[in-house]
Design a protein. Structure first.
Length: 277
């Protein structure tokens, strides 16, 4: 009896989500997964399978998405990285390739995921696709107070899109939730076991309302205590959201870094605290 041997590789990648309808393959829509599959099929000259550690929605970016690639043909990891990057569009880049055991799974073996969301308190021309510009004054201290409520094990029923998450538990363990100010940027970073569809964007929308002075800390706590439709009306745009890191057993959280576009745009100076004169 002939046994077919498969080879599996871990891909770590970054992408600008602006031109994609999200990670997952969709009919008649450009997706990150579909773009990767097309490039990998051409590179290997054989059928491949690619599965990601997490879905990202339309317009959402990634600094450290992880996927596994399964194929019947072996190639050295450096050759895979170079070959895929030669075939992929500029907004999608392979950072690392490693061969992994056949049983390894990008999603099932992950222990947590970390997202960042970037709010800008100033208008930017070049960074518009990568932040949410909020015109109103924001009190970062009030946002930090509200942010601390998210840490721990909670029912996030108020923060999910029930049209897409109908039969999924809404209870999520949040390992860390923090807000950091860098010049005119307010950066929200959250790490948890998993995240539900639109959950992070609705958390951000609530935090911004707290920063505007429209929600008290007590009112934010109430959104975790009982179900409410308010977070759905406050959903932040996808432009400021990034899948920052996928963590596996033994991994530690990476330092908080800004996406390259914000360093190249006007926010690059502001992020280091240097003001334009």
């Amino acid at each position: 009896m002939t046994v077919t041997r498969f080879f599996k590789y871990q891909l770590t990648l970054e992408y600008d989500g602006s031109g994609y309808r999200g990670w997952q393959i969709q009919e008649n829509a450009r997706s990150v997964q579909g773009t990767l599959l097309t490039a990998a099929t051409e590179l290997f000259g054989a059928e491949v399978d690619i599965q990601g550690a997490g879905r990202t929605d339309a317009g959402v970016h990634a600094l450290g998405q992880v996927a596994h690639l399964t194929v019947k043909k072996a190639l050295p990891p450096p050759r895979i990285k170079a070959g895929l990057n030669d075939l992929l569009p500029a907004g999608l880049n392979i950072l690392r390739v490693e061969q992994v055991p056949g049983a390894w799974h990008a999603r099932h073996d992950a222990v947590s995921r970390s997202y960042i969301y970037i709010v800008s308190r100033t208008r930017t021309a070049f960074g518009k696709r990568y932040v949410w510009w909020v015109k109103d004054p924001l009190d970062a201290e009030k946002m930090k107070e509200a942010c601390r409520l998210f840490a721990g094990f909670h029912d996030f029923a108020s923060f999910v899109d029930r049209r897409l998450e109908r039969n999924v538990s809404t209870q999520v363990q949040i390992d860390a939730a923090e807000i950091e100010e860098r010049g005119e940027l307010i950066i929200f970073r959250v790490t948890g076991s998993h995240f539900l569809w639109k959950m992070v964007r609705r958390m951000v929308g609530v935090l911004v309302e707290a920063g505007r002075g429209n929600l008290t800390t007590k009112e934010v706590a109430a959104l975790l205590a009982s179900r409410s439709d308010l977070p759905a009306r406050l959903t932040a745009p996808p432009s400021g959201l990034y899948l920052a890191q996928v963590l596996y057993p033994g991994d530690t959280a990476a330092p908080l870094t800004l996406p390259p576009p914000l360093m190249l745009a006007g926010n690059g100076k502001q992020a280091t605290g240097e003001r334009e004169r």
